[in-house]
Design a protein around this ligand. Structure first.
Ligand SMILES: *Cc1c(COP(=O)(O)O)cnc(C)c1O
Length: 225
């Protein structure tokens, strides 16, 4: 059996330069995160607000906490003081609330916009055209306490690698289109493409990802509930 620390080093060895690794630690105890931290890992991803807050309180303060799941607007306030990146902004309403809470904390919160490219109805996110129109409208400029830094997506949960690749490719093209068509705005930090999980990250890095979110491959199967 290898340890989380060893698996993180193995994964990092295979990642191209410039691809950041988010170690997805949801449902795993703080002790496992501490072990990975001691091995040098600093970016951890969580998808439940209460769990994230509890872990934040007991773990080292230089951890970069990423919120990767669906975020309810009424819970933004709990993570606003310390979260480093919110991956999955799926509505203007959520963006507005993050801005409001960031302002209260006197900070600017980096976020990614979630685009729905999967052929599954259960996944959250803007449709590609919808997101393009939103970004081109510039209405997000009024939210001065958020920094929109890129895109996040999830591919369909399938063994069909061609399909997964084409979904990531769609996100990559949208990323470029948004970049090129918003040059008149202050989209200064548009540089992050968050896609790829345990099962599909090798495909993701071949198709534009520069931030992978890996959980079970590092920490083992999650125990739910
Ligand atoms: C849980 C989760 C992951 C990690 O999934 P694994 O398959 O365990 O690597 C990545 N992204 C999001 C949004 C998640 O909720």
């Amino acid at each position: 059996m290898t340890s989380p620390k060893e698996r993180i080093s193995e994964i990092k060895r295979t990642l191209p330069e410039g691809v950041r690794l988010v170690a997805v630690s949801k449902f795993h105890p703080a002790s496992m995160i501490q072990e990975a931290y001691d091995g040098g890992q600093r970016i951890f991803g969580e998808s439940h607000v209460q769990e994230l807050v509890q872990k934040y309180e007991v773990l080292p303060k230089d951890i970069e906490w990423h919120f990767i799941g669906h975020l309810q607007t009424n819970k933004v306030k709990y993570i606003a003081p310390f979260v480093s990146l919110i991956h999955a902004v799926d509505s203007e309403r959520l963006l507005k609330e993050i801005d409001k809470q960031a302002k209260r904390c006197g900070r600017v919160i980096p976020v990614l916009m979630q685009v729905h490219v999967a052929q599954e109805e259960t996944k959250f996110g803007f449709l590609p055209d919808e997101l393009l129109a939103f970004m081109q409208s510039g209405v997000w400029q009024q939210y001065e306490n958020v920094s929109i830094e890129g895109l996040m997506c999830m591919a369909t949960n399938t063994d069909n690698e061609t399909q997964i690749a084409s979904e990531f490719e769609q996100a990559k093209e949208l990323f470029e289109t948004i970049k090129l068509s918003t040059v008149n705005y202050q989209l200064l930090a548009w540089n992050t493409r968050s896609w790829g999980m345990s099962d599909d990250y090798p495909i993701a890095v071949l198709h534009g990802s520069n931030m992978v979110r890996i959980g079970s491959l590092i920490f083992g199967e999650r125990v739910y509930g």
